[in-house]
Design a protein around this ligand. Structure first.
Ligand SMILES: NS(=O)(=O)c1ccc2o/c(=N\O)[nH]c2c1
Ligand SMILES: [Zn+2]
Length: 260
């Protein structure tokens, strides 16, 4: 209806000019040739229980699928990680067109969207809120999305989105297997130390960015763009698009690769 303003370059928020002491910020461009192969990197081990899925909601930045993280039911370990990490939620970032939308880039290549599976260190901390402040607190798996064939696993998620169009809307969502969103090859990844890409931007993330992307259909991605940044009460509605942060300086960090 006319009430909805067409999508526009919506600055998600005014970027703080400098994050105090922030020289490990994310996202970054991954320069493939500058990545250093590290043979000590182990294969990633994840085990997720689809029954622990709780809800899907629109938080005004993205939509989140949240899991019960009060027990060690959804675990990530191995890879660059010394400890075991618990999945708490996953969410996406995307553009207003298929030409951009991802947060990380590979040799400056932008993807139309990026999936983040967010885990916190349950060996050392008892809550996400605690871990988010600590250097080894979080592990986020980043997976690029490309437009191609329809992703069957994603469709259940896409079908739930119209129910959470507005900011702060929530629907119960149970039985969703996050593993259905992983690419077939999770042994090839890049890893580096960085930050959250939305406030509080804390430098507590071991990033694990998958080399292999997943494919979703044009129509599935179009439903992401039907979400709104704004709550139902607001006069002017803004379509939820371009909810990505721009690439940040590497500041001397090394990106390691698990593959040659
Ligand atoms: N986009 S991101 O870096 O994966 C990410 C993950 C979990 C987060 O929690 C946040 N505030 O509580 N911001 C945030 C960003
Ligand atoms: Zn994210």
């Amino acid at each position: 209806s006319s009430k909805y303003v067409l999508s526009q370059m919506h600055p998600m928020w005014q970027e703080p000019l400098e994050v105090p002491g922030g020289d490990h910020q994310s996202p970054i461009d991954i320069a493939v040739k500058k990545a250093v192969f590290d043979s000590d990197l182990k294969p990633l081990e994840s085990s997720y229980d689809p029954q622990t899925c709780q809800q899907i909601w629109n938080n005004g930045y993205s939509f989140l699928v949240e899991y019960d993280d009060t027990t060690d039911k959804n675990i990530l370990k191995g890879g660059p990680l010394q400890d075991k990490y618990r999945l708490c939620q996953f969410h996406f970032h995307w553009g207003e067109s298929n030409d951009w939308g991802s947060e990380h880039t590979v040799d400056r290549r932008l993807f139309p969207a990026e999936l983040h599976l967010v885990h916190w260190n349950s060996d050392r901390y008892t809550l996400f809120e605690e871990a988010v402040m600590e250097e080894n607190g979080l592990a986020v798996i980043g997976i690029f999305l490309k437009v191609g064939k329809r992703h069957e696993g994603l469709q259940k998620l896409v079908d739930a989105l119209p129910a959470i169009r507005h900011k702060d809307s929530v629907v119960e969502f149970n039985r969703f297997d996050p593993a259905s969103l992983l690419p077939s090859n999770i042994d090839d990844y890049w890893t580096y130390h960085g930050s959250l890409t939305t406030p509080p931007l804390t430098e507590s993330v071991t990033w694990i960015v998958m080399k292999q992307h997943i494919e979703v259909s044009h129509d599935q991605l179009a439903v992401f763009r039907s979400l709104l940044f704004t709550s139902a009460e607001e006069e002017v509605q803004k379509s939820m698009v371009n909810n990505f942060r721009v690439q940040q300086p590497l500041r001397g960090r090394t990106v390691r690769s698990s593959f040659t």
